[in-house]
Structures are given as C-alpha cells and as structure tokens.
Ligand binder design. Sequence first.
Ligand SMILES: O=C(O)CCC(=O)C(=O)O
Ligand SMILES: [Fe+2]
Length: 295
Amino acid sequence: MDYSHIQKPDRGYRYEFTLDELNAAQNCVEAHGFAIVKNVLTDKLVEELQDSVQQVLDPDNTLGEGNSYTHGSFIEQSPAMWKLLDHEPFMRAQQVFCQAEELTINRSAAILRNPGSAPLAWHSDFCGFSNGPRTFSGDVLNRGPWPSGLWFYITGSHPKHGGLAVIEDSHLEDFVAPQGFQFTPDRRSFHPLGTEPHRHVGFDVPGIVPIFTDPGDEIVFASRTFHAAFPNRIDRVRLSCAIIFRAREHTLDAPWPLSADAQAFIEAFPQRWQPLLENYVGIDSDWSGDEAMMG
Ligand SMILES: O=C(O)CCC(=O)C(=O)O
Ligand SMILES: [Fe+2]
C-alpha cells in the first residue's frame, strides 16, 4: 500500500503546541490521548541523536533493506541521549507530561527502520488491562499511569516514512474497539470482527490520526493510547528515540537483577542527574515471568 497521499488531518481541535503551551498540550493528552510539541530539540541535538541511533543500532550499516531494529535500553548506550537531560525545555516538558517535579527514568528506546520496512500492528503499550501474573518485561514497566509515548521521530514522522499513527480518545478506560473491530483477548490490540485474533495491521481504522512531525518535535501519548507505525516507503532510514519517565513516587518492584550494562550506566551517569536514576530498574527483555523465576 502507498500512504503518500495521506494528508495531515484536521480534527476540529488543536493537538500541536509550542513549548510555551505545555499545559494546553497536557490537557490535550488528557482529553484526546496524544499531543505534539513543536521544536523541543535543537538542530544540533537532532543531528547528534541521529548519529547515535545509527551508531548504536546498526554501526556497520549491515541491517539490510526492509529490516528494523529496536533497542530497549538506548540511554544506557547513548551519551547523546544524556544531553537531553541538560536541555531545560525538554526536562520542563517531561515534568508536565508526568505531572511531577521529581522524575525517574522508567525506560528508553530507539528504533531504526530501513527503507522497505514493514508496518507495525496496532497496539497499546499498557499492560495493566488484566491483573494476572507478570509474564514479560512490559508487565513490569508499562503498568502505571505514566505516558507510554514521549517520542522523537528524529527523521520526521510521515505516513510514507514509517511514521506514527494513533487512535484519538483510545486512552480512556471505557474505550471500546473501533467500529468494525474487536479487542484481542489481552485487550492490547484489535482485529476485524469475526476474524482470527491477530493484531491488526492497516490504516483503515476509525479514529486514526496519522502523525506528521519535524525531527525536533516531541510526540506524546498517554499510557493506554493505541498506536501503530506505517511502513517506511521512502529511501531514507527512519530513526526514533525516547526516554520514558515516570513520576518518582511510582516505585517499581523489578523481578530481574540490574544487568552489567545498566550498572555501568548508573556508575558513569553524572552526579547532577543521579536522582533521575532512583529506582531505575533497567530491562531484561528475556525475563518471562514471576513463576519461571520460582521454578
Ligand atoms: O515504530 C514505531 O514507530 C512505534 C514503536 C512502538 O510503538 C513500540 O515499540 O511499542
Ligand atoms: Fe508501542
């Protein structure tokens, strides 16, 4: 499918804001589940982050056409990401979106999507729809009320370039699956009524808002907001990265030990930012549940 014809939608409400309008942006996240803040990063930070994502995720440029790579603890490897923490407009914005003065780094990520890479199916990152036992790292890290998306699409977000799409109002607790769709059993995705319960891939969904951003813009979405990514159909690599913070008062009880990389990161992290690592738990993507730990 070719998505280059898709235009920036007019939803009848504003969802793009400047750094002087952070409270209005947060109100939009609360009302509609997402918002965009324009020009949070300087051009220099954008360039440094682009280089860093490329270097950490695919240093020798061997990933190959059509492929993607996601790094689940990017800040541990990327001193360029650390620079965001000294960028006052960035930190001020994250305090507003986490509704707290005191923040902890919950997780971080970077994604590289080469030309020709596939779309990403609709899903919510939130793992608290059921109260069952934890079975993977997302159950530990994505079960609270903090934002799921604090992303920078540092080569821009566009439907033809592997950009993001969200479903407006899908962050609400009483959200029902879009018309013509039903939730998958875990409620973290949906599929057309009467079909097998596979996460839906496609952009024919009621309520969709395709996101258009420039490289320095921040894309914010709420804990439960449903989102997907378009395929990358242009000849430039798509790069994105994020630090997801949570209010420090939300403590986590991680079932895995800190990895050697996480420990090295904490030790190398400058003193002035150490409070941001209070209760930082890193991630163990291979962890498969509390029960497996006991057995
Ligand atoms: O690739 C993207 O643009 C979105 C990634 C995403 O939603 C995820 O990793 O959970
Ligand atoms: Fe996601």
